[in-house]
Design a protein. Structure first.
Length: 295
């Protein structure tokens, strides 16, 4: 069996990509709930069939940091798993252990802090390398025995120099085979895979390896801008003509793709876009537009 490259695997993964809806100044899930409004441990989702009766109302509200850390569930060695996740890309960066003191330090300083079992001491990620994790929020799971540090990484998170500690993956499974391909590839979100595919098309074109539609768009500003305007118009028509959810999702996917090509043309990464969106959370859309008009 021929060995596929990581690029090939990424190309397979990008087939059938879908878009995410952005309405009224915030992301909206397909089931009608809000994304980013509350964390996974702060509110039971009303759209679920189960009641989440195990979540106690007194768990929420203003809490003393020490009280919050003490209320988590640690193992018999006083530790729990803490996973660092990139607030913009969704990348899972690293996993380590934390005790109550490390959790407190993280919440007080805003820097990802863990417990080193080998050194038997607290460990602030980046204290030696300078590759800190600027923690924006902390989430606990439903059993309160593991945490997510939602953070902005400063430099690579892995000691190998890789952006994340996960860079060995497998090809698609569940094919009834006894073997599976192992590739040098990091787990990516749909938007990241699409962005990488667009970048790859740009590089392929520079190397003279055929002309893709993406490369053609990147080489023709007038065509690219006309396609973005065209796709935006077709998306609006799905509402005006009541063409249905499936058609709206399809047109949104087309608009998102062409918009991302336009961003690539201007050397703007999706991370930069995500940062702007994150800054706007909790800000009235009316106020934000008014502030822009004064610039």
């Amino acid at each position: 069996m021929a060995t596929a490259t990581a690029t090939t695997v990424r190309a397979r993964a990008t087939r059938g990509w879908r878009a995410t809806a952005w309405r009224g100044g915030r992301f909206v899930r397909t089931d009608g709930g809000r994304v980013g409004s509350r964390g996974p441990c702060t509110r039971a989702q009303k759209t679920h069939d189960h009641s989440h009766s195990h979540i106690k109302p007194e768990s929420f509200g203003q809490k003393d940091i020490a009280e919050y850390a003490k209320g988590l569930k640690y193992n018999d060695k006083g530790l729990l798993v803490a996973i660092a996740q990139d607030v913009d890309t969704g990348d899972i960066l690293m996993q380590a252990f934390a005790n109550a003191e490390a959790v407190e330090a993280t919440l007080r300083t805003g820097l990802g802090t863990f417990y080193s079992r080998s050194r038997d001491s607290l460990w602030c990620k980046g204290e030696t390398s300078g590759h800190f994790l600027k923690v924006k929020r902390v989430f606990c799971d439903c059993d309160r025995d593991s945490l997510i540090y939602l953070c902005k990484p400063i430099g690579p998170a892995c000691h190998t120099g890789e952006p994340t500690c996960w860079f060995e993956g497998t090809g698609e499974g569940a094919g009834g085979e006894d073997t599976i391909e192992v590739v040098n590839e990091m787990p990516r979100t749909t938007l990241q895979m699409l962005e990488e595919t667009i970048r790859a098309r740009e590089v392929d074109d520079e190397g003279g390896v055929g002309k893709s539609w993406t490369a053609k768009l990147l080489g023709d500003t007038d065509l690219l801008c006309s396609k973005v305007r065209e796709e935006a118009g077709e998306l609006c028509e799905t509402l005006e003509k009541a063409e249905g959810k499936e058609r709206a999702a399809s047109e949104m996917a087309d608009l998102l793709y062409h918009s991302m090509v336009l961003m690539r043309k201007q050397d703007v990464d999706m991370v930069q876009v995500m940062e702007v969106l994150r800054e706007r959370f909790g800000v009235s859309g009316i106020d934000e537009k008014a502030a822009r008009s004064k610039l």
